[in-house]
Ligand binder design. Structure first.
Ligand SMILES: NC(=O)c1ccc[n+]([C@@H]2O[C@H](COP(=O)([O-])OP(=O)(O)OC[C@H]3O[C@@H](n4cnc5c(N)ncnc54)[C@H](O)[C@@H]3O)[C@@H](O)[C@H]2O)c1
Length: 401
């Protein structure tokens, strides 16, 4: 069986690496640099091993391409393209539309199309299917299913095999084919009654995280105002064996999921006349953490940051990955620069960002830890400046939330 995977980023390449053991996989990406890199056997995603790609390529089980004709004889197509927000923070389905165009214009026979990109309920039924039909010249009937991706890049304990996978087809045949595909490399498949349930479940999972992170970020501010440790208080609450789940405070939320997916849910809620007050407010609380952090650092440093050198330690949105999408570091840096601080950043995992390079971890007046990668030692962070503010709770001896 030949499988085409549209989009070879975090999600698509991860699926390629697992599916390559069982199927002939063609990784389609419109970024020529990524295609070239993958075809020379180099993975650009943490958690996808270059050696695995080389093994599948040697066995004739993997190749990357930007040519539509290379996927025209596939039996199954997975969509794994970005679903970001527009400038005015609305769902942006232009990448999905482009993927539908590629599928519609190139597939010559009936295929199963599975969407793994995150989007609002109704996307498969009311957007993807009609779009592919619109672009298809041959009026071929396709099968459609959704299986929202839950991969957490950089995570060792949960992967494609042991993370339960939700799915639903638009028709019973589509569901059956989808089960057959994923059962090769997923231990537990959970079929739900409609694509809309699967799409909504994915959004709700990440909304649950977003509002709990906002709650703990607000609580960190309350704890500080009371003169008690937020971490000790959370550990104390966490001794309750039921009805409590521990979240930890941070500089805000980042990545392609938590800051974005709840807004997809809020958009569809509001379109249906339901105010998404709680979701919208949680987003604001998380965004406002950057200002709170700048305020705390300023207060602790004599009330002014004018001309002080501030080193941001860790600009990736989470530890041990190079991904800077929607990173909370961005807003923290903005607030510090607005107050006259001279800001640089250290993150050798990210290396270059916004045309700037990672600065040495030393010699600053103030260091602010946003993300602590495992390769960076607490000792080096504490030695980098006379005053260190830690937003991660991982640098003992620093000031912090
Ligand atoms: N990254 C995660 O942890 C994660 C987890 C679960 C779900 N998701 C969802 O999965 C989807 C993909 O996210 P990602 O993190 O893999 O994105 P990504 O940016 O890492 O990768 C997307 C890839 O798609 C390519 N692309 C864009 N438009 C294309 C097109 N028209 N044709 C072919 N290739 C195209 C890009 O060049 C890029 O390589 C999103 O909907 C995201 O919300 C991501």
């Amino acid at each position: 069986m030949k499988v085409a995977i549209i989009g070879q980023g975090y999600v698509g390449l991860t699926i390629s690496a697992f599916a390559g053991e069982f199927f002939e996989v063609v990784g389609f990406d419109n970024n020529a640099k990524i295609v070239e890199q993958l075809n020379s056997g180099i993975s650009h995603i943490e958690g996808v091993d270059s050696l695995t790609l080389q093994k599948w390529a040697k066995a004739g089980h993997f190749k990357a391409t930007s040519k539509g004709s290379d996927i025209s004889d596939a039996n199954l197509v997975v969509i794994a393209v970005p679903t970001p927000l527009t400038g005015d923070r609305k769902p942006d389905l232009t990448f999905i539309d482009a993927a539908c165009k590629t599928i519609g214009e190139n597939m010559k026979k009936s295929v199963l199309v599975i969407n793994e990109s995150t989007s609002f309920p109704g996307t498969l039924r009311n957007y993807i299917k009609p779009a592919i039909e619109k672009y298809s010249k041959d009026s071929v009937e396709h099968f459609y299913a959704i299986s929202p991706e839950r991969v957490d890049p950089g995570r060792g304990d949960f992967n494609q095999r042991n993370t339960p996978r939700l799915f639903a087809g638009l028709t019973p045949e589509a569901s059956k084919m989808t089960r057959e595909f994923y059962s090769k490399f997923c231990d537990r498949l959970v079929e739900v009654s409609s694509p809309e349930v699967a799409e909504a479940a994915k959004l709700f999972e990440n909304t649950f995280r977003q509002v709990n992170i906002a709650l703990v970020n607000e609580f960190a501010q309350i704890a500080h105002s009371l003169g008690i440790s937020v971490y000790e208080t959370l550990d104390a609450a966490n001794t309750k064996p039921y009805g409590f789940m521990k979240f930890t405070p941070s500089a805000g939320v980042g990545g392609h999921c938590i800051p974005v997916d709840p807004t997809y849910l809020a958009a569809v809620a509001e379109e249906n006349g339901v105010p998404a007050t709680f979701i919208r407010r949680a987003n604001e609380v998380n965004l406002e953490m950057s200002k709170y952090i700048a305020d705390r650092v300023q207060t602790d440093n004599g009330g002014s940051l004018q001309g002080k050198s501030v080193l941001i330690v860790g600009v990736a949105y989470k530890p041990n990955v190079a991904d800077v999408r929607e990173t909370a570091a961005e807003l923290v840096i903005k607030h510090l620069r607005d107050r006259g601080a001279v800001v640089s950043w250290h993150d050798d995992v990210v290396d270059t960002w916004h045309g700037e390079s990672s600065a040495p971890l030393s010699g600053a007046d103030i260091s602010v830890v946003i993300t602590k990668h495992d390769v960076v030692s607490e000792r080096d962070i504490l030695a980098s400046a006379p005053y260190v503010f830690d937003t991660t709770g991982k640098v003992a001896g620093a000031s912090g939330l």
